[in-house]
Design a protein around this ligand. Structure first.
Ligand code: NIG
Ligand code: FE
Length: 424
């Protein structure tokens, strides 16, 4: 772990705080320090943040110096919702959807998640690791330093464990920090066709205890949706998950308005995710709770659906996060530039709100807002250094990776200025 003196910074966005930021006023207070400024990272943690003048009073002879060349520095981005581990691809289904087919009708015909399930069951752990690692490389190059990763393409004991073990291997091998989520309740597998409640009990009694005993997950997620899992099944699974010491979250109100946001607030979920079809009551419930409202704009974009009402949710007092939902079906992209563009141009968020949504509120959505998501002494030395002098370029210079280097726990990973894409 190297000690770092990052100097000649044009602007620092500190995004202070250690909890989820609710509402427009809090989400816009991103704590800008104008340069020339500097940051010192020691033993992986931020030890100093301030102007270069202030930095001159601080000894940094033990640090490797790195010239920020006037670029803006933000907290490393937190992608708080991904389905990173999967076998196979679904490029044909994507073309069917372009031709008018719907996500749910493809799923009902045995495609969709079930298609990826088959490929993931038959993939080796090495294949899954290699592919996911290449995606993490791409994410690192876009300034991402922490990624939530779900299982859920096994839907039976061995493959769920295989996916979670791949996440653990990546945590050891890759610079990005991972937050492992068990999502066995992603769909009902063919073995339990027509018996989804029996499947939920199988997850509760046979799979989750092994996951917990082996320390393979920190959280449990479920696809609560009309025709997938209902409220009662969600309650059974997430209550058991909490009993076993897991945090909980939900895919909620994605395809139809289903009262998912209200249930997520009631069950004390870390986050309710998607929310394209959230009701006014759902917005009120999230605004009054600690549950983060996570928007996944690349999924809405890819499905050609309307976006989650982020503006209304923020104005009502919700803590909104933005994440990618990277997966081979509804959203095969983890693009930070696209997320900034969609959040600001289509979802009505200010760039300051989008910055909070991808840093501190993303951290809160995985229960880590006290460790990451802001540039403050004692927090992790996780930073995104831009090639431009202001955070405002993140929406203005749209669709382009602006990251010069990503700093993870004080180690600098320079971006080669192309976003690598896995070739496997
Ligand atoms: O978040 N909605 C459920 N799960 C994923 C999609 C997974 C897939 O299609 O493979 C999502 O959109
Ligand atoms: Fe998802």
């Amino acid at each position: 772990m190297s000690n770092l003196y990052l100097y000649n910074i044009g602007q620092i966005v500190t995004r202070p705080g250690s909890t989820a930021q609710h509402g427009a006023e809090a989400m816009r207070q991103i704590g800008v320090i104008e340069g020339p400024a500097a940051i010192i990272v020691r033993q992986g943690k931020i030890a100093f943040v301030g102007t270069m003048l202030e930095a001159e009073q601080v000894d940094h002879t033990d640090c490797v110096a790195y010239d920020a060349q006037g670029g803006c520095v933000l907290p490393g981005f937190v992608d708080s919702h991904t389905h990173l581990i999967f076998g196979g691809y679904r490029e044909d289904e994507f073309q069917w959807r372009l031709a008018g087919d719907s996500y749910m009708s493809i799923m009902e015909r045995g495609g969709g998640i079930a298609n990826t399930m088959k490929a993931t069951r038959s993939a080796t752990a090495e294949e899954l690791t290699q592919r996911a690692s290449a995606h993490l490389d791409a994410m690192l190059s876009m300034g991402v330093t922490t990624v939530e990763a779900k299982s859920g393409y096994g839907m039976e004991l061995d493959t769920e464990i295989k996916q979670l073990e791949v996440i653990r291997t990546l945590q050891e091998q890759h610079p990005i920090d991972l937050y492992p989520t068990f999502m066995g309740a992603h769909d009902t597998p063919p073995e339990y066709k027509g018996c989804s409640t029996d499947f939920i009990h199988y997850l509760c009694d046979t799979v989750m205890p092994v996951v917990v005993e082996r320390g393979l997950a920190e959280c449990c997620d479920i696809f609560t949706e009309k025709g997938v899992f209902d409220h009662e099944q969600t309650r059974i699974l997430l209550t058991r998950a909490k009993e076993l010491g897991l945090k909980v979250k939900m895919h909620a109100d994605e395809i139809v308005s289903f009262g998912g946001a209200e249930l997520a607030a009631e069950l004390g979920c870390l986050s309710a995710d998607h929310l394209l079809q959230i009701s006014d009551k759902g917005i009120q419930a999230l605004a009054q709770s600690d549950t983060v409202a996570t928007c996944l704009p690349c999924t809405a974009f890819s499905l050609g659906e309307k976006y989650a009402p982020a503006r209304r949710m923020i104005d009502a007092g919700c803590a909104v996060a933005v994440a990618s939902d990277l997966n081979p079906g509804s959203c095969f992209s983890s693009s930070i530039p696209l997320m900034f563009a969609l959040a600001t141009i289509y979802m009505g968020m200010t760039v300051e709100e989008a910055v909070t949504a991808l840093t501190l509120n993303g951290a809160a959505a995985i229960g880590r807002a006290d460790q990451i998501g802001s540039i403050e002494v004692g927090k992790a030395g996780d930073l995104a250094l831009l090639r431009f002098p202001s955070y405002k370029f993140l929406s203005y210079h749209f669709g382009v990776n602006l990251v010069r280097a990503t700093i993870k726990a004080g180690t600098v990973y320079e971006n080669k200025l192309v976003t690598p894409t896995p070739s496997v």
